[in-house]
Each structure stands twice: as C-alpha cells, then as structure tokens.
Design a binder for this molecule. Structure first.
Ligand code: AMP
Length: 395
C-alpha cells in the first residue's frame, strides 16, 4: 500500500501518479511488458496469476491463486491502488468484485461487450463503424437461411471463447453447413455467421483512451497470420495513407463509442476497394502493438499505464519503419542461437533486430515465447531478414 499522495481526485475519477501500485489480473507477457515500462515510470506492480513465477511475477509481486479465488482477488484489491487486466477472459463476477473493492478504471462493461461477438458487433455498429454483414444463428434453419441471404463463402464462429482461429469454420458449399453447425453448436453454443470478406490485407490499430476522455491511436500495423497465429506485423502498413488515416479515425471512434479506458486494439479487414471492416476488438495491449516498444515515441504498454492512471497520453509518432516477428516455441532455439552470434545479414541489410523473451519455462509448439522487433530503413529489408534467417521455416 502506498502513501496516498500519489492519488489525485479529478472530475473524471482518479489520477494515479508514479509511486502508485498497479495490480494486474493475469501475469503473462502482456503484463510483464506493461510492468517493464511502468516500473521505468516509477510505478510498482502486483499480479494475480495461478501459475507460480509467471512472466510478470518474475519482475513484480505475485499472488499465486486461481482467478476465481475471491480471497486472492480481495488481497490484490488491498495491495493495489488501481487494477487492470492483461487478458480478456476475466470472469465478469471477479471483475465486478474488484470494481466494488478497488479502482478498476476500465470497468467490467467493455469486457462484457468484447467477450461476445454479437454484443461486440452491435457496439461497433452503434459507434457508426462498419463490420462485415452478419447474422445471429440459433438453429440449423437459421444457418441455412442466413447463408442463402449472405451468400457463400461465409464464416461460422462461436460467439464466445474462440481465439487463434479456433471455434470457427469457413463454409464454401451448402453441404458444409450441417457438419459445421453440429461441430460448433455443441452444448448449445451461440453462433454468428459472417460474410467472408475477400480482404487485400488485415490491419490493426491500437487506440488509447483516458477516463478524462482524451484519445490517441498508433499507426496501423499490417498483420500476417500463419496457421491463424500472428506471424508478422509490418509498420507502416502497406496501404495508402488515406486508408491508414481512416483506420485510425475508425479505431478512435470505436474507443469513444464504447467509452473504453486503457488500450483498445481494433482489428480490421482492408478490401481491394479500400473499404474497412472491423473484425474484432481486444480491450488490452495487443500482440500487433509490440512494434511500438522500440519503433514509437511511446510504447503501447506505457500508453496503457498512462491511460488507466489518467496521465496525459504519450506521443504515438512512428520513429522508424519496423517489422515485428513472433518467436513461437518451435522458433525459440534458433532465434536465441542467432542472437549469440554476430549478425552479418542484419548489418548488411541495415536491420536492427531487438529480441524480447517472455520468461516462459516451457517452449511448446505454437506458444508465444517472445518476439523480435526489426528496426529498418525499409520494411522490405526486415522482411528479407525474416526470409533469409530460415528461423520461421520449421513449422
Ligand atoms: P478471428 O478469430 O475473428 O480473429 O478470425 C481469425 C482469422 O480468420 C482472421 O484473422 C481472418 O484471417 C479470418 N477471418 C475471420 N473472419 C473472417 C471473415 N468474415 N472473412 C474473411 N476472413 C475472416
């Protein structure tokens, strides 16, 4: 518990100056990177995570207990001046308890909205921002008529619990409707059918909003997925500047429309015609924003701390072109080896690789173990480095 001179009461709520203690629900890599920046600014951190020695717990206080452990949540509330979360599937009941017992500027409403695809889409549309045409699906008959209306191909998704492409199926023919429905609707899961967007690329914009209502966004990242897991973020995104600007405006509008506090990552599809459709939101730091750690005047993690503490938001100017490449379990050994040696390739391309590892003990396949930010003069040089190192060919 800190002396309370770090707390200022404002019209919008509370301003928490450096010296305050930030409690983080979840001790994964996002929390760890938040703390790495927050500690520099003079904050200290305590996390609640069920796994001992979590990535964040290695560099902060940790309360080791389940997320549904009410006593542990109360302890977190006692120790922290402000509470945030670093993953989305926070139990709404726990979030509510913490809201009552402590200060959670992000609230639980935004989590409630983004935990359910139908609620999320309705909220995005209410903010005047386009999503791909969709229908709510409660029966096989619903699916058949919705598919006829929207036209194939379509994407059938569970409304809750899906991630990294899990809980969804692309439907290309009528014969695929029934088996996909039977697979995804198990246990009465709610479903949503989306029109398949023939996108030219996928981008994401991270916006930040403070309780006082100021909003800032980072330049869009162009995201490349492999096996439905983020592989690369390329910045600047290779889309015209007017589309980049519009993407930032849409993301800011969504953050305002949803009264978000903290970071809101907004994933979008860009079509050949230059249309933008929002696909998904994440109310937290996002993998596609890791590029900001070295390439931006302010990192997404510093921005999140600023936003939840109601400090003025930091400058989001991009200082250098950058490519972020994820290091999954199967890439770890080769990536670490490479960092032990002089990198002639990087030098000849004018690329500066910055390695970030998350301190996870077990390098399982497809597990996010770290990432590399490749600062460069031109993103093509960084992409050539990724290609020529051969580290990402071992899938
Ligand atoms: P999601 O779980 O919604 O992020 O979807 C995972 C990935 O599936 C996205 O990153 C897209 O590559 C693809 N996808 C999802 N929805 C659609 C859609 N409506 N049209 C085309 N591709 C989609």
């Amino acid at each position: 518990m800190t002396e309370r001179q770090t707390l200022q009461q404002t019209a919008a709520g509370r301003r928490l100056l450096p010296g305050s203690v930030i409690g983080v629900l979840g001790g994964g890599q996002l929390g760890r990177m938040m703390a790495l920046d927050g500690v520099k600014m003079g904050y200290s951190f305590v996390t609640l995570d069920p796994t001992p020695n979590s990535p964040l717990g290695q560099i902060s206080e940790q309360i080791t207990a389940g997320y549904d452990d009410v006593e542990a949540a109360r302890k977190l509330a006692e120790q922290a001046d402000v509470i945030t979360y670093e993953f989305e599937n926070v139990d709404a009941g726990v979030a509510k308890l913490l809201e009552e017992q402590s200060y959670v500027p992000q609230g639980s409403k935004l989590l409630y909205t983004t935990q359910h695809r139908l609620r999320e889409k309705a909220a995005i549309e209410a903010a005047g921002v386009p999503v791909a045409p969709y229908r709510e699906i409660n029966s096989l008959e619903d699916l058949q008529s919705a598919a006829a209306e929207l036209g194939l191909p379509c994407v059938l998704k569970t409304a809750t619990g899906g991630y990294d492409g899990k809980g969804q199926a692309v439907l290309r023919s009528e014969e695929q409707l029934q088996p996909a429905y039977e697979t995804l609707a198990v246990g009465g899961a709610e479903l949503v059918l989306e029109k398949f967007v023939k996108f030219a690329c996928e981008i994401s914009v991270i916006a930040a909003r403070t309780p006082s209502g100021s909003v800032k966004s980072f330049p869009p990242a162009e995201n490349v997925h492999v096996n439905n897991i983020l592989h690369l973020s390329i910045v600047p995104a290779r889309v015209p500047s007017d589309i980049q600007l519009r993407a930032r405006q849409l993301a800011e509008r969504v953050a305002e429309g949803l009264n978000a506090v903290g970071l809101l990552a907004v994933e979008m599809f860009v079509t050949e015609e230059g249309e933008l459709y929002v696909n998904e939101l994440a109310p937290r730091p996002h993998n596609s924003g890791h590029y900001t750690m070295e390439a931006s005047a302010t990192s997404q993690f510093e921005q999140h701390v600023r936003a939840i503490c109601d400090l003025p938001l930091g400058d989001t100017t991009l200082l250098s072109p950058v490519v972020m490449v994820n290091v999954l379990g199967q890439h770890l050994e080769a990536a670490v080896q490479r960092f032990g040696e002089h990198d002639e390739l990087a030098e000849s391309l004018g690329v500066v690789p910055k390695l970030h590892l998350y301190g996870k003990s077990e390098a399982k396949a497809n597990r996010k173990m770290g990432h590399i930010n490749l600062l460069c003069g031109d993103v093509r040089d960084a992409l050539e480095w990724v290609e020529k190192t051969n580290i990402w060919r071992q899938d």
